[in-house]
Design a binder for this molecule. Structure first.
Ligand code: NAD
Length: 496
């Protein structure tokens, strides 16, 4: 692509005008992967203008034309899959087997899903509800969408934002997280390579408080889609309210993992360790609080401890590595802080709870960690840690298990483990979360919605439901009487 810099605006690479740069760091080694220029407010203006100029033609293309471009995009991404996996691993520290088998294929599948979904957008069928008008509902694009993404799944989050927006005929300005912008820039380039017109997908690598806030405040942006932490989500709503934008928020999580006493213990133990440690625990749906009914509690803690000790920390580029570093040393400090404070307030660390030394000392590593005996109202049970830490607590009655599962401000995801269909169905109904797994924890699928209850936000990513965020519906009402004086005019003209 012509041009220098990391901003993709109107189909060109440009250098961000903030005058600042940010070094993308490999958290496994601390070395610089790439120095990235940062966008300023002028770049936000330019990107929003480019999006506004490109949107009418893109929104006016037939669903079939948009679907064809998205299908080509899936092909371009598949051709570069290994490159994407390597870059994603460099900027996040994710094990290469995770980026190769999960992040990249999951993203490509999502692109393919939206290629199909683009052809299935519809308003509801027409009818004559009062006998004198034919009503129909048009589903229309919002216009220009501004999206802000987090660092934990950079490519997937970019795809989850960009694809429903453009499949529905919007143009988008995406701001990835400062720590992990590289695969979002690649995605914008690949949109162009696939024949998606310049200006439809713009990417700004900028700081949250600068480019992010300018995007939220920009009067040319009609909708904001944000994935990130709950505190920043509150700020997003506040800024977006000034220009009455539609807001879609995918925020933090603190997923409960409820094990009833008839559960398959071995399956629950495996599910808990994998569900807690995926992506080094930096997953908004990760299992963070396991509530285990008293008869299984001791065996569950023992089983999790034994299995956690087998998880291999190491170089994320090594195919045998199970868990890489956290995304940054700041995140490592945050995770260690939670565990250290829990320890001093009476909780017991059964496994891990340390920053490893030796060959891993230079990276942002943290050991897989199992904590017990924490109080339900302590911060390690209530707040999002975003690290490889599982807290296990006992419960007695089914009522208590479900009550504890619901006892945080979050409601993104949860799982319940039981062989009893009545218990499982009750848990799926009564746990307040946007997703409840039964006898598993983590799998997501493009056809199904992802999004929170309570302080985990509102609105859905993925699936046909995402179009409820990225489109607006219009009622069109057509008079079918042809009368000059309509019956309802009596209220104005009286008997004349
Ligand atoms: P974050 O909230 O710190 O940052 C997210 C994005 O917001 C970044 O791009 C950042 O630059 C930007 N930002 C920060 N301050 C801003 C401001 N004042 N105005 C505008 N933009 C601003 O989150 P993070 O640390 O990057 O990601 C981790 C968080 O994301 C966790 O809380 C996690 O649960 C959440 N998350 C949620 C989901 C979900 O689907 N619900 C998915 C992934 C991550």
């Amino acid at each position: 692509m012509p041009g220098a810099g990391h901003q993709i605006i109107d189909g060109e690479r440009r250098v961000g005008t903030s005058g600042q740069t940010h070094d993308v760091i490999d958290p496994a080694t601390g070395s610089v992967v790439e120095s990235v220029d940062l966008a300023g407010a002028a770049d936000v203006d330019a990107a929003v203008s480019a999006a506004a100029a490109a949107q009418p033609a893109w929104g006016g293309a037939t669903p079939g034309e948009r679907a064809a471009a998205l299908t080509r995009l899936a092909g371009v991404l598949a051709d570069r899959a290994e490159e994407y996996a390597q870059v994603e691993t460099s900027q996040t520290g994710k094990p290469i087997k995770l980026t190769r088998e999960f992040d990249v294929p999951g993203s490509i599948d999502n692109v393919s899903f939206y290629a199909g979904a683009a052809r299935n957008l519809e308003g509801r069928a027409a009818a004559e509800y009062d006998g004198t008008h034919t009503s129909m509902v048009r589903r229309e694009a919002m216009g220009v969408v501004g999206s802000i993404a987090p660092w934990n799944y950079p490519l997937q989050m970019a795809v989850w934002k960009v694809l429903p927006a453009i499949a529905a005929g919007n143009a988008i300005v995406l701001k990835p997280a400062e720590l992990t912008p590289l695969t979002s820039v690649m995605l914008a380039e690949d949109c162009l390579a696939a024949g998606i017109p310049a200006g439809v997908v713009n990417v700004l690598t900028g700081a949250g408080r600068v480019a992010g806030e300018a995007l939220l405040a920009h009067p040319g942006v009609r909708m904001v889609s944000f994935t990130g932490s709950t505190p920043v989500g509150k700020r997003v709503m506040e800024v977006a309210s000034q220009t009455v934008k539609r807001v879609h928020l995918e925020l933090g999580g603190k997923a409960p993992f409820v094990v009833f006493d008839d559960a398959d213990l071995e399956a629950a133990v495996h599910g808990a360790v994998a569900g807690a440690l995926i992506n080094t625990g930096q997953d908004c749906t990760a299992a963070t609080r396991a509530y285990v009914q008293r008869p299984l509690y001791d065996a569950f803690v023992q089983g999790v401890a034994d299995l956690m000790r087998t998880v291999r920390l190491g170089d994320p580029r090594d195919e045998s590595t199970d868990q890489g570093p956290l995304v940054s040393h700041a995140q490592q400090g945050r995770v260690a802080g939670f565990v250290d404070r829990a320890r001093t307030s009476g909780a017991k660390v059964v496994v891990g709870g340390q920053v490893p030394g030796g060959a891993l000392a230079a990276g942002a590593y943290y050991e897989p960690t199992l904590v017990i005996d924490a109080a339900q109202d302590s911060e390690i049970v209530q707040d999002e840690i975003f690290g490889p830490v599982l807290v296990v607590l006992p419960f007695d009655s089914d009522d208590e298990g479900i009550r504890l599962a619901n006892d945080t401000p979050f409601g993104l995801a949860a799982s319940a483990w039981s062989r009893d269909v009545v218990r499982s169905m009750r848990a799926s109904r009564e746990i307040q979360a946007g997703c409840v797994w039964i006898n598993d924890h983590i799998p997501i699928i493009s056809e199904m919605p992802h999004g929170g209850y309570k302080s985990s936000g509102f609105g859905k990513d993925m699936s046909q439901y995402s179009f409820d965020e990225y489109t607006q519906v219009k009622h069109v009402s057509v008079d079918i009487t042809g009368e000059v004086r309509k019956d309802w005019h009596r209220t104005i003209f009286g008997d004349r």
